[in-house]
Design a protein around this ligand. Structure first.
Ligand SMILES: [Fe+2]
Length: 287
């Protein structure tokens, strides 16, 4: 097995593994370590059944039961504009701006595993922005503003998938998380913010909150923080849902796109700089 970086910021391709077979412990350990290090790992040319994909996802943790617009509950989801196994795909068309799956819940997803069943000839790429590098490259002025801050995430999936909006329905899912979180495996600080679902920074008035979220999103989405994956059929891609935000580019709606997704259950994000973690973590350094 070989691990080849896909860009200088994040992402690695894992070659020399057949995921139809059960992996030995050492191989599984190396793949997990590569996922923590590179945030996105890709296996190309894998012909995987749903069971194969589920078995792989279980290497990272428990399967997260998900719900979509087209069904009540399932251990997996189809994303796409075609019907698969009698089920319509979710989020069928168009562009989607940067977000993190489930950040509006107390427990966001740990990882997503996405398998390409059918891909359009152009577009429908998935871009990943590194919250790790995003934090490391923040100007000192912005660090001062985010280190102790908390952000309310809301997902208004009724309106659209492209622009942040104030939901006009009371039970739109929402949760407050720290703006700088400690990565559960690597222990380092991650900028946990995204353009689509970060609604407001706690304690700031609306104008200042909007300005900060926009500035942080612009910073996070700079090309030097981003790897954009161009899909090929039979790619299996696994992303670290706390370490990176992800987005989708547009594609021709007349072309077919179908992805099978199993997600891995996470844990509640912990603040990197909270007093409760100071005793356990590195000493706080202000620049
Ligand atoms: Fe997503």
């Amino acid at each position: 097995m070989e691990i080849r970086p896909l860009s200088s910021v994040l992402g690695a391709e894992v070659v020399g593994v057949d995921l139809r077979k059960t992996l030995d412990q050492e191989t599984a350990r190396r793949i997990y370590a590569a996922w923590v290090k590179h945030s996105v790992i890709v296996f190309r040319g894998q012909e995987l059944s749903a069971e194969d994909q589920k078995r792989f996802a279980l290497l990272l943790g428990e399967i997260q039961i998900v719900r979509g617009k087209n069904y009540a509950q399932s251990d997996h989801m189809f994303i796409g504009n075609v019907e698969i196994d009698g089920r319509k795909g979710e989020i069928p068309y168009g562009e989607m701006s940067f977000h993190s799956d489930g950040c509006y819940y107390e427990v966001p997803m740990k990882a997503g595993t996405l398998y390409a069943l059918e891909v359009p000839s152009v577009g429908g790429n998935t871009a990943f922005a590194s919250g790790r590098r995003g934090y490391a490259t923040l100007p000192a002025r912005l660090r001062e503003q985010v280190d102790d801050a908390e952000v309310l995430f809301i997902y208004d999936y009724i309106k659209n998938d492209m622009y942040r909006s104030k939901p006009d329905w009371a039970d739109a899912p929402r949760f407050v998380h720290p703006l700088v979180i400690r990565h559960p495996d690597a222990g380092d600080p991650i900028l946990y913010c995204n353009r689509l679902m970060a609604d407001s920074v706690i304690g700031l008035d609306e104008e200042k909150s909007e300005a900060l979220i926009t500035e942080l999103s612009d910073h996070l989405e700079q090309p030097e923080n981003v790897y954009e994956h161009v899909w090929k059929q039979h790619d299996l891609l696994i992303w670290d849902n706390l370490a990176v935000a992800h987005a989708r580019t547009d594609f021709d709606p007349n072309e077919r796109r179908a992805m099978r997704r199993y997600t891995v259950r996470g844990s509640r994000p912990v603040a990197y700089y909270s007093s409760s973690t100071l005793s356990a973590g590195p000493t706080r350094v202000r620049t």
